[in-house]
Design a protein around this ligand. Structure first.
Ligand code: ARG
Length: 464
């Protein structure tokens, strides 16, 4: 006998009154979890195949259920499915429709499972796919950054600390720093797959089941690696959600730092880059404006990721283990982070592809701020055998002189240099040259053109 007649929830035999209108409105999750319909059907099919293999349901029932589930999937894809918001969530909607399609045999589908294991199975399956898509986007991002780096090995830019000129570097070296950041993000998402690969299906409401189910079978069918170990932990655990949210947040923080940097570089004060007109917007009052709105959008959206992980940790903190309604919010949070990360990475890719590098301005900025001062210090240590601190002080004095005379370091003649440091000879001018400075940084991970070239090659090979 079908229990869920008249649009009533399955538990209405027990509850004498209709649930309050307000709670019915806010307590359901259908508008959010309908996105899990494919995963839900996939998991239900694996479940009934297992039930049949274990002789818990017969062949005919199994086939009828699978036929119904496939039909439901098609109806949803073709937008012919009528979602019933009276029925709380996607799981109840699918089950209800199955009753309509195949009658009382639909009642076998929920044997030996609960929505508690069902919903995490769906979410894990969904997150595995989302994670893989994000990994592909991260690969695309890095390959676009590498292409830009390839074109800018010999582009000289000041490396900044405190936003003050520090030491000259290759722009490609700078860009390779971004590549490292996204490689770490990729690794985080890859690592997350380990826990996502544990199959929750079959733990029931919280204690397991007395039916002789085969969890290894559904594990294989659903392409998980192993079943989870403890039924209570399984229905409680949302660590895999936190992992996803944190990985997304870390990635978005990287994006925001890059965006901020590019906003600074794009400013009229720096003018080191500009953006293709595709990626700027104007002002409603100031006709001259070309604003880097997409970069500001990327920087700002990091707030959303911070908010999302904050919501989830607040839900989990102090929540007794097993299932509670509080957990229902996990999906909305995950979807928001996942959707936004995909948008943010795609937009960043557009930015990288449409970035115009103002090489002349980069070079002229690099010529300012006594940027080869450290090279001069190192030179005195190497050539004159001075302790580093003595060389540092001599260099500082030379800088003071240059500043007084409004000259750059290499514009001081030897006489002027010798006033402060008599042991310097004309060989010193070589090390004051920007390109020579960069190329002297041959230590592993340093900015020499040769290093950078090799690193790009290595990364490109890895990234194919
Ligand atoms: N819609 C619910 C959720 O997303 C499914 C699990 C319901 N379980 C329960 N015991 N009420 O969390």
């Amino acid at each position: 006998m079908r229990k869920n007649k008249n649009n009533k929830p399955i538990w209405s035999t027990r509850t004498k009154k209709n649930v309050s209108t307000l709670f019915k409105k806010v307590g359901g999750s259908l508008s959010i979890d309908k996105r899990l319909f494919k995963e839900d059907i996939m998991a239900s099919i694996a479940h009934v195949e297992m039930l049949h293999k274990q002789k818990i349901i017969d062949f005919k029932v199994k086939n009828k259920i699978i036929w119904g589930l496939k039909r439901i999937k098609n109806e949803i894809i073709k937008k012919k499915f009528i979602f019933n918001y009276e029925l709380e969530d996607i799981h109840m909607n699918i089950e209800n429709r199955l009753f309509e399609l195949i009658g009382d045999d639909a009642g076998y589908v929920h044997t030996a499972r609960s929505r508690n294991d069902q919903v995490i199975t769906d979410l894990k399956l969904w997150l595995k796919e989302a994670t893989k898509k994000i990994i592909i986007l991260l690969d695309n991002t890095n390959s676009n950054i590498l292409n830009l780096a390839q074109k800018n090995i010999k582009t000289i830019i000041p490396g900044f600390t405190h936003l003050k000129n520090a030491q000259p570097i290759s722009l490609a070296h700078y860009l390779l720093a971004y590549v490292e950041m996204f490689k770490r993000d990729k690794k985080k998402f890859e690592n997350n797959l380990e826990f996502l690969d544990e199959n929750p299906l079959g733990v029931g409401a919280l204690s397991g089941t007395s039916f002789k189910i085969d969890r290894n079978y559904t594990t294989k069918k659903l392409k998980f690696k192993k079943p989870t170990n403890n039924s209570i932990d399984t229905v409680s655990d949302r660590d895999f959600v936190l992992d996803f949210l944190y990985s997304s947040l870390a990635c978005s923080i990287h994006i925001s730092r890059i965006a901020e940097e590019l906003i600074i570089w794009n400013s009229d004060a720096f003018n080191l880059i500009s953006l293709n007109d595709k990626l700027v917007t104007g002002s409603s009052i100031m006709p001259q404006k070309k604003n880097p709105d997409p970069l500001e959008y990327l920087r700002g959206k990091t707030g959303t990721f911070i908010g999302n992980i904050n919501s989830m940790i607040s839900i989990l903190k102090g929540l007794p283990i097993s299932y509670f309604k509080d957990l229902q919010d996990d999906k909305e949070i995950v979807f928001k982070s996942s959707d936004q990360l995909k948008i943010s990475l795609s937009l960043l890719n557009d930015v990288v592809k449409n970035l115009i590098v103002n090489k002349k301005k980069m070079l002229s900025l690099a010529e300012k701020g006594f940027i080869t001062a450290t090279d001069l210090t190192d030179y005195m240590v190497k050539e004159l055998g001075y302790p580093f601190r003595k060389a540092y002080l001599q260099t500082a004095k030379i800088i003071n002189l240059a500043e007084k005379k409004s000259k750059r370091l290499h514009e001081l003649d030897l006489k002027e240099l010798n006033q402060i440091e008599p042991n310097l000879n004309s060989g010193v001018y070589e090390i004051l040259d920007l390109e020579n400075s960069i190329n002297s940084k041959k230590s592993y991970g340093g900015t020499s053109f040769e290093n950078v070239k090799k690193m790009i090659k290595k990364e490109k090979l890895k990234n194919v």
